[in-house]
Design a protein around this ligand. Structure first.
Ligand code: PHE
Length: 365
């Protein structure tokens, strides 16, 4: 009887040892532990059988059973440790992270080139003491035209192909109405710029669009002259196109300024102007008409060496009278196209690119 039990215990240890060594994971090891040492486990069953033994036999077999139990437990513990270790090294093998690899770039949004130029223009003029004021995009005929010395049916209206919303309301064709709105309410001295969307009934091509952006600026005080206008715009041109830029004023016409000028900068693409007295061609005349000989063709200025950047002039006395500004005051005003400036600055040859939301184009800025 004793021998039978002892044999059973020995073979139990043998079996446990081989099964334990074959377990592949912690879960099956736990199952095995339960199978051997659990309440209904094989060893527990053998121990229960001890009660059938005689008083003398029991201690001997009991001792043996405890040794076997301890041996099984030891095997289980060792196996658990080695399974844990191999699970860990497997994870370390699989889940390693190379911290020296360059990170994945996170795509970030960026400012639209027109927003960039608008902000740059604003900050240049703000540095010159100009305050930014906003005006409405839907304007009345009065602010957009009449108060600016453009009466109804006057041929000057042809300069602005307008989009009317009603008989006397339209989408503003320029930012000049903001001048009137500000001067109506406030007394000089004034140094103000404004900017935003303008609209014209223009067919879309590489330089025209029915919607575009302007910045308007004006200054009114006693003794303001063309010299102040030229100095201000010269500072602006140098700030935005480089410190070596020269500015040239060419006679022009706007109903709300007298005298009126178109402002040109020397072409930043084809280098310094060789001849100081070379005249820029007016936008409407061909180079032959203006008597210019185009030596070499430049992609930016077409060989004229000068680039028109904006329209300006001394505010017309009619306009100052409309807003009740006393006659001892004078002022200058200018209006520039943000698209025009951006196209020159970034060498863009088609205005439509600004509105097409083409990511390949926009990501270059
Ligand atoms: N408003 C004019 C335009 O849109 C530009 C301009 C503004 C000219 C101010 C002179 C003075 O063409």
């Amino acid at each position: 009887m004793v021998n039978a039990v002892v044999d059973k215990l020995d073979s139990l240890l043998e079996e446990a040892s081989s099964k334990i060594s074959q377990t592949a994971d912690i879960k099956s090891l736990e199952d095995l532990q339960h199978e051997i040492l659990g309440k209904k486990g094989k060893l527990t069953q053998v121990l229960r059988g001890l009660s059938e033994l005689s008083e003398e036999e029991r201690p001997h077999v009991g001792k043996k059973a405890n040794e076997i139990k301890a041996a099984v437990q030891k095997l289980l513990d060792e196996r658990l440790l080695s399974l844990k270790q191999s699970a860990l090294s497997e994870r370390l093998e699989k889940e390693w992270l190379d911290l020296t690899l360059p990170g994945e770039p996170v795509p970030t949004g960026r400012l639209h080139p027109l927003t960039r130029v608008l902000r740059e223009v604003k900050s240049i003029f703000s540095g010159l003491g100009f305050e930014f004021v906003q005006g409405p995009e839907v304007e009345s005929d009065y602010y957009n035209f009449e108060a600016l010395n453009i009466p109804p049916d006057h041929p000057a209206r042809d300069m602005w192909d307008s989009l009317y919303l009603g008989e006397k309301t339209l989408l503003r064709t320029h930012t000049s109405p903001v001048q009137i709105r500000v001067m109506e309410k406030r007394k000089p001295p004034l140094r103000v710029i404004s900017g935003g969307k303008c609209f014209r009934r223009d067919a879309v091509d590489s330089t025209h669009c029915f919607q575009f952006h302007q910045v308007e600026g004006f200054m009114v005080d006693q003794g303001v002259s063309m010299a102040h206008l030229k100095g201000t715009l010269s500072a602006f041109a140098k700030a935005i196109f480089g410190p070596e830029r020269k500015v040239k004023l060419v006679p022009s016409y706007f109903p709300f300024t007298e005298p009126s000028v178109e402002v040109y900068i020397d072409c930043f693409n084809c280098g310094k102007n060789s001849s100081e007295d070379q005249q820029p061609s007016s936008p409407n005349s061909s180079s032959v008409e203006s008597g210019l000989v185009l030596s070499e063709s430049c992609r930016i200025c077409g060989g004229t060496k000068w680039l028109e950047i904006l329209g300006a002039g001394m505010i017309h006395p009619f306009v100052l009278r409309v807003v009740n500004i006393p006659s001892e005051y004078t002022g200058f005003a200018f209006g520039l196209g943000i698209e025009r400036i951006a196209m020159l600055k970034f060498r863009i040859d088609d205005i439509r690119l600004f509105y097409e939301s083409d990511q390949k184009f926009l990501e270059q800025f």
